[in-house]
Design a protein around this ligand. Structure first.
Ligand code: PHE
Length: 341
């Protein structure tokens, strides 16, 4: 029997088969266990001798099983390692990479261009008080310009009991810069602005870039020269069809709006082409009353200011017809305009 079981152990070809052999020999109803149970029926002399032989057999079988188990386990491990080997030469799957938002990119480009002209970027709060957003800018409470701003009011009130507003333009930062630093000043202010407007060319949240220069002997021709030079650099063109139209803002005098010549082809906006004028910014000489409101001596200093719509400039530069997709995070749109791979 011992030889037969040892033979079966040698022939067991898997851990499962080996386990079956073990149970059939040493298990509760196994062949060797069965013989052990019969020992009780023998007389003492025979029992002792048979018991010894059975114990030896049992031990031999157990040792053979353990050894075989080691072999089989090692073989299975080797096979699994071979089967599951990683091919390190496979090229990796490309990871999706995040990208700078087109508006952030446009702002960075603008800061770089104005930076070369000696402008420094400044910032201000999105939630403003009436003074900075309106009255210091020569827009008193009854002024009709307030209606045009479609202002969002915030529930909270300030110390004077006035309700705060979401700034309707970046111009309040003109006031903050003049108050905090005084002249000479040469700043740009990129940032978010808010008006309750919503259609293909207006979004309730949009971006503006304010510009402010305050110095002695600052003139309208500095204003025009700066803006034309900026637009040529921004759009990457030598020739820029541009015009300054007289306009009105309470905080500048005289005031103007700058238009850029453009045309629409296949639904895409393009610079030049002589079809249309697109208004890109408002500008003018800082109103003396605004200088005085901000503690600047208007007898000694003059300034010019401008405010441009960042989305508009980006739409014109990249030929984008609709403003709202800027804030939809639609990968297909981002890829279409080259803002994502
Ligand atoms: N703040 C004006 C607007 O939002 C733009 C502007 C800025 C005009 C500075 C003149 C000077 O429309």
């Amino acid at each position: 029997l011992q030889e037969q079981v040892l033979q079966e152990v040698r022939e067991a070809d898997s851990l499962d088969a080996l386990e079956r052999v073990r149970v059939s020999a040493l298990g509760k109803k196994g062949r060797i266990t069965g013989l052990m149970k019969q020992l009780g029926g023998l007389d003492p002399e025979e029992r002792k001798a048979a018991g010894q032989r059975l114990n030896a057999a049992k031990q031999a079988v157990q040792e053979a099983i353990d050894a075989r188990k080691g072999e089989l386990a090692e073989r299975e491990l080797r096979e699994r390692l071979a089967r599951e080997r990683v091919d390190v030469s496979l090229p990796p799957r490309p990871d999706p990479v995040g990208h700078i938002h087109p508006i952030s990119r446009t702002i960075e480009e603008m800061i770089a261009i104005f930076g070369e002209m000696g402008f420094r970027a400044a910032e201000g709060p999105h939630i403003e008080d009436d003074f900075h957003n309106f009255s210091a800018l020569n827009i008193p409470p009854e002024h009709p310009a307030r209606q045009e701003h479609d202002t969002f009011y915030v529930r909270a009130t300030d110390a004077q009991g006035e309700r705060k507003v979401l700034r309707t333009h970046t111009s309040p930062v003109q006031v903050r810069a003049m108050q905090a630093e005084g002249p000479p000043l040469r700043i740009i202010v990129p940032g978010r602005t808010f008006r309750s407007d919503d259609d293909a060319t207006h979004s309730p949240m949009f971006h503006q870039m304010e510009g402010l220069v305050v110095d002695r002997a600052t003139t309208m021709s500095h204003l025009k020269g700066t803006l034309v030079a900026f637009c040529k650099a921004f759009f990457g063109v030598e020739e820029l069809p541009a015009r300054f139209r007289p306009s009105y803002f309470p905080f500048t005098e005289p005031s103007a709006e700058m238009d850029i010549g453009c045309s629409k082809r296949d639904g895409q906006l393009r610079i030049g082409g002589g079809e249309d004028w697109l208004e890109v910014l408002g500008c003018g000489m800082v109103h003396p009353r605004v200088l005085e409101n901000c503690g600047v001596d208007s007898g000694e200093y003059q300034g010019f200011a401008f405010g441009l719509g960042i989305e508009r400039m980006a739409m014109l530069k990249y030929g984008i017809p609709d403003l709202r997709p800027f804030f939809d995070s639609d990968l297909r749109w981002l890829r279409h305009y080259g803002f994502a791979p």
